[in-house]
Design a protein. Sequence first.
Length: 732
Amino acid sequence: MTKNKKRKPSHNKISDLTNTIISILKDDRTKSFNYKQIASKLELNDASSRNQIIKTLAKLKAKEEIEEVERGKFKIVINNEYHTGKFDATAKGSGYVICEDFENDIYIASNNVNKALHGDEVELYVYKRRKRGKLEGEITKVIKRARTEYVGVIQIHQKKNFAFVVPDSNKMYTDIFVPINKINKAEDGDKVVVELEEWPQKADSPNGRVLKVLGRPGEHNTEIHSILAEYGLPYEFPHDVEEFANTIDTSINPEDIAERRDMRNDLTFTIDPRDAKDFDDALSFKVLDNNLFEIGIHIADVSHYVQEGTILDDEAYERATSVYLVDRVVPMLPEILSNNACSLRPNEEKLTFSAVFTLNNKGEIKDEWFGRTVTYSDARFSYEEAQAIIESKTTLIPADVSLTGEAYNTDQTIADAVLKMDDIAKIMRSKRMASGALSFDKLEVKFELDEEANPIGVFFKTSKDANKLIEEFMLLANRKVSEFIGKQKPEKTFIYRVHDEPDESKLMALQGVVARFGHKLNFKDRKSIASSLNNLLSDVKGKKEQNLVDTLTIRTMSKAEYTTDNIGHYGLAFDYYSHFTSPIRRYPDVIAHRLLQRYLDGEKTANAEIVEEKCKHASNMEYLATKAERDSIKYMQIRFMQDHENEEFVGVISGATDWGIYIEIVSNKCEGMVRTRDIKGDYYEFDQEQFALIGRETKIMYQLGDEVVVKVKQANLEKRHLDFELIGKVSE
């Protein structure tokens, strides 16, 4: 009888073990691991697997890819091929990392994203090879998530006891898994806010929980709240913040007045939009001897009520700005302050922070004073009322102008003040333009809404003399406050509003576009660039290409931001500039008030690092608020166009890409897309040099600035996308 041989156990080779071990060590390169810890992470406990891990570690050590920091414990070898940057994702899951170490962005294939999401701060390894001429890399670690909350529609699978949230953002390439016990009473199809909790190593999707149910998609409040939630912006105040604000003593007592310059007897008035609810700035006017005038710019003293270290201040800092959506304002401060105590309403005494100037008829400043004041507004003008006075050129207020408030002495005195200040404002503006300031008078699109916030019409707001009067004196205060502090020795920390020079390559691209309309830019020096840009903006006024050129010109500009490092403001042609005049709606103005008072009191300079951190936060929140405001306009445009399907509109081609052309309708400025695949009669290809789609056979060209006729193909409210059908060129 033959003796049975004992069968050897099968030893399965662990696939891709080398890369797996490297990934484990890369994930936490500050720690060292032995073979047992690696085996535990791989959930392997048999002898064969452990031996394979030990051998692989030895090979990696021999190649000097890992190092043995102590007996049996290994770490990844860190070299200069690892970099950090910000991940810019695409809908398909691939993307680019924006990295300061490289001139161009680093391409990341979808299989090398390694669970990074759009906006995340990441660590990456850059390959020595290039793909299609581009640098390519692999994300090795997510350093910091850009966000953990997303807005989307929940899909509940009752039988399987789980749900998925499909995010609204086209930058979010994965759904979010939600256990059934974490759906927070959401119903299938609801729009929700979901929070990421963890992303298990072997899971395709991250796990999350529903924080808030926003409502049914397509409903007005649901969509508006979704826009705010998408950018992490609140739409209501926490109860304890409201309660705290309501307990603040807003009365003005003799002690407050005694500590301030009393300007209650000076002629003072406000000029604001007709529908404004908060008035955070006022002007005062006094005739002095020797053809001099005293003009005061008075700003609500928000910092008197919003004290550092309170929950009210914490909330205002986190918000950093009011958000102006198409149908509402989401304020930075509770109503008790924004619309009452800090609002410079007519016939009421108010605590203010003022910049007071003595000027002559030429707009030259002979004296200046900064400090806390108490003021009394004699009248409230709307822009339309002030404009009527300016256009009438008379010292008598026109009969159709009805002032809110008691006029100081006579109506004639107020009209005199408005006309004289208008004269001085025009002189100051002319000087600014001569110094190289840019003049952007872009049309502002507004919607006429019914009681249920349905858009029933579109109108455009333009800046007239009354608007520019206010603008010039606000600019004067902002400039002179920052100049007053910026020129002090020793140097004082302050919050500046800066604007860098435009990027030369973007200016060259703009030249390529505007040349099609017969315009030319002069790149000789900084002043000639500004002058030719102003000429361009002036030349296109009233023409079909105005909005296109205005938009493209703005895009060539650097982004204005807050910082303690003053580099001046290119667009305004100021060496010193800050935001001081709107503390009700901008937290940087509150910071400016506090710092100015600190230095007026003779205190030492503020901590630059702390102020700079606040600057960065304010700039970021301003960016998010601007995106929310644009999204709300886009949303309302789509709602408006839903009621105009099958109507034909004349539009201007405002953008061209591989996938289609963007059309802006001339009559209402609504922008939508004609997809390349939907253009009939030929196969169209994108020509980047000419910013155009060109027919392969017919050579018909659809180019930036061309006038075309379109009609609405689809107005998708949930995806906020407007698709047009192309009828043809206007000339055809």
